[in-house]
Write a protein that binds this ligand. Sequence first.
Ligand code: CA
Ligand code: ZN
Length: 296
Amino acid sequence: MQIIEDKVYAFSKDNPPCYTAQPGEVLQFNTLDCFSGRLTDETVTMKDMDFSYNITNPAAGPVYVEGAEVGDVLVVDIYDIQVADEGTIATDDHCGPLFEGTDYRTKKIKIEGGMADFNGVRFPINPMIGVIGVAPAGDPVNCGTPGSHGGNMDNTAITTGATLYFPVAVEGALFGCGDMHAAMGDGEISVSGAEVAGYATVTLTALPDLHLVDPLIENGTHLGIIASAESLDAAADRAVHEMVDLLHDRTGIDEAELVMLLSLVADVQVCQMVDPQKTVRFMVPKCALESLGFKL
Ligand code: CA
Ligand code: ZN
């Protein structure tokens, strides 16, 4: 299995690929935590980090996918996510939108037997990938910012077993991922989850006949659009509109009928509300899609 360990700090069409993958080839992306491992113990806080050079949210990659053309969709199947046995959560003095005046603090979170331990509070882990995406057509986007190319979406649904679909904006797609979390709540209100090193095992394949504006996610039960914008409201608007357009285009069902059905069964869910753009997913149950005769 091919191991991908090179790191980038931006999704960019100008990043030289570190590997060229054949469609469907199994790849393992090894990543540091979002602090690049610099918060070595609880006495080291984000205040001690030197942000004058690239240090946060490294993504492993980029991988050039053979056959991926502009206008295609890159299909990313996530087979496995493994995380290290210790995570790190940190705050700063302007922690997210909610807590002006929080102080700088770092906590280590022990991970054992599928459980995390924060100050003696134990809860099941939910390993997920925070940063995942492809190169945008225009200017580079730093790995801390989400957008139509993916990036720092911090979506708790990006787990083992999920499939992601990204609009390909440059030849070869230039895929990368990193910023794994052992656990995180929707919203990620302190600006970090249980940030953790780890690896993800994925395959990458280009699909020509699906046209997307923003990333799509599919798992065993749901299909969702993931959209990022300046506010949660604007992100939700994007996600809902794009899902209605996708379902309308593929089934021909009247929009008002579709909107009523989605209002009954689909969920607007917050991914994160703390990054430079906020991210929302709009998740539709697949059983409803099957009833509509919808296929990707
Ligand atoms: Ca993140
Ligand atoms: Zn993170």
